[in-house]
Ligand binder design. Sequence first.
Ligand code: CA2
Length: 150
Amino acid sequence: MATEILILNGPNLNLLGSRQPDVYGSATLDDIIVDLQAQAGEAGVELRHVQSNSEGQLVDALHDCRLWAAGVVFNPGAYSHTSVALRDAIDAIDVPVVETHLSNVQAREEFRHQSLVTAVCLGVVAGFGGDSYRGALDLLIRHVAAGKQR
Ligand code: CA2
């Protein structure tokens, strides 16, 4: 069975490409996913993608993926800075999660400097626009291939 990875995106990321290209780039979420599919195909990995604006649906997606995913590339959007529920969900599953952000959150408003999920993630890739996802997926595939635990 092929290795499967979940690409999980939180609130407002469905609007990528429509506004604030100076902050988030001009690529749409579909553009990013198409690129990731190609990258995954080259590595012999299969991707599933979920985007939700609902905190509970993101928690459900994390719970569900423990049955099939080798890892998760997760951009929790603004919930990164507020959600104990997402932190607990990541902590509750035995699946490595890479926190991913388009923007360099540390270089932005102070309320974006804190992430509640970082401490339960494998690591963070931020500040490279759509390439943050590419980097996160590459690092996660390497982590999984090396047989490491979270
Ligand atoms: O940099 C990131 O990837 C963020 O996770 C994006 C979130 C933000 O709340 C985080 O602090 C950092 C916001 C995504 C909003 O996306 C938009 C897309 C189009 C137009 C406006 C916002």
